[in-house]
Write a protein that binds this ligand. Structure first.
Ligand code: GLU
Length: 328
């Protein structure tokens, strides 16, 4: 692990952008990328770009390359990383980091902290368990206590298990740099969560912690939809003995009907936005205005905005995107 210190032992800020290349970036992704970039650059820090392409069904190399081209067009550069890049902590695409995740997983498994789960998605949804805000049922731990014989019998019937982490039944709290205090009881609110899916794909929670921890990231800036992943990630940081970054969860962008913007809003993806705005400054200025950094949506470049950035100015509540501003 690289120690990121500078001067009198103060940790240098290392921020990151960790997109999933499953399509063209949309306005919400760009908002987060700009926020993460400004937070790192305004602190004189470095930026890492990591492509989170674990899901082979959804992610494609051409999306990753397009995403990097879009970031460059916006004026959001990075010091380390990228789909094809090597470097001190490379590779920087998760699909090529299986060995890293395997060794973290082995470390947890050798301490008896995880177990195979044979439940199918259908069984879990049918179980009548309460659902988390993302629609995933809270796992009731039913496979925790399978005997060795029961596991063998399920395996012999051709069932491939997912692997879950045993979580503690106690409240854990952390202070998000923007959203404030957040408390969760992992067992009650989430249940033992998946580290590796039954099809062998590593889970986001394990991969993101292994990567941010080993890449020396000190500051995670991302959308508020991932706030409730953070206690799971912190549990993993502690169990793996990796240094924890600070967390800042940005508000989400909402359409005028209050719905969260997503990849389905094709007219707000980077292809459509680039065509409508023509220059990055027009788009970046509008995003900076939504972020509270400018008084009006005037053109701006990321590097001019860095000196204006401060967490006090960033809204906590989700931000409604005024239609007329993004459809000039
Ligand atoms: N790859 C995740 C996404 O695009 C973000 C992960 C993170 O920032 O922790 O939603």
């Amino acid at each position: 692990m690289t120690e990121t210190t500078r001067g009198a032992g103060r940790r240098e800020t290392v921020g990151r952008f960790a997109p999933s290349p499953s399509g063209r970036m949309h306005l919400g992704n760009v908002f987060c990328a700009l926020g993460a970039w400004l937070a790192a650059r305004s602190a004189g820090g470095r930026v890492i770009l990591r492509q989170e392409d674990l899901d082979p069904q959804r992610c494609r190399p051409e999306y990753a390359r397009q995403l990097e081209e879009d970031l460059k067009w916006l004026g959001l550069d990075w010091d380390e990383g990228g789909f094809d890049a090597g470097g001190p902590h490379g590779p920087y695409r998760q699909s090529a980091r299986g060995e890293v995740y395997q060794s973290c997983f082995d470390a947890l498994r050798s301490r008896g902290l995880c177990y195979p789960c044979f439940c199918s998605r259908g069984e879990l949804h049918a179980a009548g368990a309460p659902h988390r805000s993302d629609g995933v049922p809270v796992y009731d731990g039913r496979c925790r206590s399978l005997t060795v014989e029961q596991r063998r019998e399920l395996l012999s019937r051709g069932r491939w298990p997912a692997w879950r982490l045993r979580v503690p039944d106690r409240e854990v709290s952390f202070t998000d740099g923007l959203q404030g205090l957040y408390t969760e009881n992992l067992e009650r609110d989430c249940g033992d969560f998946i580290l590796r899916r039954s099809d062998g794909v590593w889970a986001y929670q394990l991969a993101v912690v292994a990567d941010d921890g080993l890449m020396g990231v000190t500051q995670v800036v991302r959308g508020r939809d991932l706030l409730d992943s953070t206690p799971r990630q912190q549990a993993l940081y502690r169990l793996l003995g990796l240094p924890e970054p600070e967390f800042f969860h940005l508000p989400l962008l909402l359409a005028s009907d209050g719905r969260r913007l997503s990849k389905r809003d094709g007219d707000l993806d980077m292809g459509a936005l680039r065509e409508r705005f023509g220059t990055p400054q027009l788009l970046v200025g509008r995003l900076a205005w939504l972020m509270g950094l400018l008084d009006c949506p005037e053109p701006a470049e990321p590097r001019e905005l860095a000196p204006l950035f401060s967490w006090e100015r960033i809204p906590r509540e989700d931000v409604m995107v005024p239609r007329e501003v993004f459809y000039p």
